[in-house]
Every structure is written in structure tokens, then in C-alpha cells.
Design a protein around this ligand. Structure first.
Ligand SMILES: Nc1ncnc2c1ncn2[C@@H]1O[C@H](COP(=O)(O)OP(=O)(O)OP(=O)(O)O)[C@@H](O)[C@H]1O
Ligand SMILES: [Mg+2]
Length: 352
């Protein structure tokens, strides 16, 4: 093959193009094919070079989604080069996905002689991408179902603890108090039994509230946040919690409430467990675009050697499930979760 207007083509370049695994064509200024390598012929379904040489690239195969590609003459000399994924047409008319990159061929003085385009058949890659997308979708559905059933289960167990075990313990307490009146001589041991039952009632209520606070369902996310923060402060003596809640209860879409509450719960638990903070500030606000932003700011030691995805730097080891499940909850609510270093010291976790 002798290129029409390219003078002095080195053999080594010609051999390299001929042996290339990418499909390569070279056209002249008008888009007429002056060179096509064996890979191109094979992938596009041509048997002989003669079938393509001297034909216009735009007439020979179409590329879907390429603006002006059929007007090949339109781009030659105007665009330096470009790459992208398109559908190319096989000789038999079928379409298949290719990655194309093309560039102008210029002489030493910058005059455009034509165009070189290389294609890679990405049918397999696209198939894998589709399969991956599908399985990601399935995983997302699965985790949504898991979160939902986990909440239902927690709600059910919390109710059984309250209404079942809690009510039974209360009855036992009343009966013991009754016995106190009937058997004053057993006062001491009966009073001891009453105080044990009393603390069992308290423990049952505490466990039930931690599982799923009924306040969240009965009164909403704001009372639940305030309740949790008070509880948290009591449990973590010395850790002050401030709140800046700048939205109204009715502005938080119902299905979001559980996600907001659970993210808050995990983030505050993490701050107490890992950060060594003295102060935590919980904020809830709404942006102009109607996004709800939950932020938790601590003045602790920051993520340190952990990267901000919660992985130990330089390792694939994910320590816990807390951050991962918060991210998943935020994603499932159509938002995202960001972990940022706080100015000075500490961490800001923001869920949109
Ligand atoms: N506020 C924080 N300040 C500093 N480091 C933090 C903070 N929150 C999380 N981390 C770091 O991120 C890691 C991952 O947190 P994550 O909640 O995913 O796991 P965990 O709390 O260790 O375990 P789990 O939540 O499963 O009980 C923690 O082990 C800790 O090193
Ligand atoms: Mg955690």
C-alpha cells in the first residue's frame, strides 16, 4: 500500500500500524481512506483492503452519536483530535460499541493532510459494565430491603420489650408492692425485690428506646434528635453536645427521618468512641436547592492515619461497618456522605 499523499512513510511506522491490535484508518483531507490496518478490516467485517481503500470513511461506516461525523470533511482541519465511545457499523449493518480516538495528520509545517482514527472494539467491556450496573442495582435494592427490615425488626422488638416484658415487670412490681402492705414483716426483702424490678423496668425501657425510639415515630425526628443528644451527653460525661436545628419538622420528608436519625446515632457514637472530642455540634439545615444537610462536627483528633473513606491508609482493610452503612443510607436517600477535616482539629461529617 502506498499512501496517496503521505510522502516518505517509514517502514517501521507502517509495520507498527499493520501489527497494531487497535483498528486504525488514515484518510486524506476529504475523508477518503488511504490506509486501513488488518485489525480494522477484521473487526469491521471486510476481507480485502481493496473493499475500503479509496472509499470515503463517512460512506463506509457510520458512527452513532458523533456529531458531524458523516460530514467528515467538516471536522478535518477544524478539530485537532477527539476521543469517545460510539456505535460503529459493521459491514453487515450491525452496530457495535467502539472507543474511537482521532487526530489530524499534519506535515512538518502544520498543514493538515488528513486524519488518523483508531478504534477499539469495546463490546465485551460494555457487557461487563452493563452486568456491573445491574448487579449494583440489585445490591442497592437488597441493602434498601435490609435497612427497611432491620428497622421493622427493631421496631417490633422494641414494642415487645415495652408492651410485653415491660408490662409484665410493672405487674410484678405492683404485686410486690401489694405484698408489702400484706406482709409488713417482709418489708426489707420485698423492698429490695421492688427496687430490682424497678431497675429491670428502666433497663427494658432503655434497651427498647435504643433499638428504635418510639419518639421518632410518635413525635418526629427533632424530638428524637434532642432526646438522643441528651441521652448521649449523660452517657458520655464531659462531652458537650450543641444543636443547630434550622429546619422545621415538616420540611424533612418522612422516609428521610430514619436515615437522619441513624446517621446521627452512628456519627455521635463514633465521635465518642474514636475522636476524644470535648464538644460535638449537630446541625440540620436546608439549602436553597431544598437539600437537607445533617452535619456533625467534633473537635477531636480527626481521622489521622485513616483516609477520609474510613480505610486505614495504604490498606484495603475497612475497620467497621458504621461509616459504610451511613454512606449507604445517604446514597439510598438520594444523597451522599462526606467526611472532612475540621479547621484546627477534629472532623466534620456531612450527610446531604
Ligand atoms: N469522629 C471520628 N474521629 C476520628 N476517627 C473516626 C471518627 N469516626 C470514625 N473514625 C475512624 O473511622 C473508623 C471507621 O469507623 P466505623 O464507624 O466505620 O467503624 P467502627 O466505629 O470502628 O466500628 P462499628 O461502627 O462497626 O462498630 C474508626 O475505626 C475510626 O478509626
Ligand atoms: Mg462506628
Amino acid at each position: 500500500m502506498r499512501p496517496v499523499r503521505y510522502a516518505g512513510t517509514l517502514h517501521v511506522v507502517y509495520d507498527a500500524l499493520n501489527s497494531s491490535a487497535s483498528e486504525v484508518i488514515i484518510t486524506d483531507r476529504d475523508g477518503t481512506i488511504v490506509y486501513a490496518n488488518p485489525s480494522f478490516l477484521r473487526i469491521f467485517g471486510y476481507r480485502e483492503k481493496a473493499e475500503v481503500l479509496s472509499r470515503n470513511a463517512a460512506d463506509l461506516f457510520t458512527l452513532q452519536e458523533v456529531e458531524n461525523f458523516s460530514g467528515l470533511k467538516g471536522i478535518i482541519g477544524k478539530v485537532k483530535g477527539k476521543s469517545g465511545e460510539f456505535f460503529a457499523q459493521h459491514k453487515d449493518g450491525t452496530l457495535f460499541p467502539v472507543e474511537v480516538s482521532y487526530s489530524m495528520v499534519t506535515d512538518g509545517t502544520g498543514i493538515v493532510l488528513g486524519m488518523m482514527a483508531s478504534f477499539i472494539d469495546i463490546t465485551e467491556r460494555k457487557r461487563f459494565e452493563d452486568e456491573l450496573r445491574q448487579s449494583e442495582g440489585q445490591l442497592r435494592t437488597l441493602s434498601r430491603k435490609l435497612f427497611d427490615s432491620q428497622e421493622l425488626e427493631r421496631k417490633r422488638i422494641a414494642r415487645e420489650l415495652y408492651d410485653g416484658l415491660g408490662a409484665t415487670l410493672t405487674n410484678i412490681k405492683y404485686s410486690l408492692e401489694q405484698l408489702l402492705d400484706d406482709y409488713p414483716e417482709e418489708k426489707e426483702s420485698l423492698e429490695h425485690a421492688v427496687s430490682l424490678v424497678q431497675s429491670a423496668i428502666k433497663d427494658t425501657a432503655r434497651i427498647a428506646r435504643r433499638l428504635r425510639p418510639s419518639i421518632l415515630d410518635d413525635m418526629g425526628v427533632f424530638p428524637a434528635i434532642r432526646w438522643f443528644c441528651r441521652q448521649y451527653q449523660d452517657d458520655n460525661g464531659g462531652l458537650a453536645v450543641g444543636t443547630r436545628l434550622e429546619v422545621q419538622e415538616e420540611e424533612v420528608f418522612n422516609p428521610l427521618k430514619t436515615a437522619v436519625y441513624r446517621i446521627l446515632q452512628e456519627t455521635l457514637t463514633n465521635a465518642a468512641k474514636h475522636s476524644g472530642a470535648h464538644r460535638v455540634i449537630v446541625g440540620l439545615k436546608k439549602t436553597e436547592g431544598n437539600l437537607i444537610i445533617l452535619s456533625i462536627e467534633d473537635d477531636g483528633r480527626g481521622f489521622g492515619t485513616m483516609d477520609l473513606n474510613g480505610k486505614a491508609t495504604g490498606s484495603d482493610d475497612i475497620r467497621g461497618m458504621g461509616l459504610t452503612s451511613m454512606k449507604e443510607r445517604a446514597n439510598l436517600s438520594g444523597g451522599c456522605l462526606a467526611i472532612m477535616p475540621r479547621k484546627g482539629s477534629g472532623t466534620i461529617i456531612e450527610a446531604k
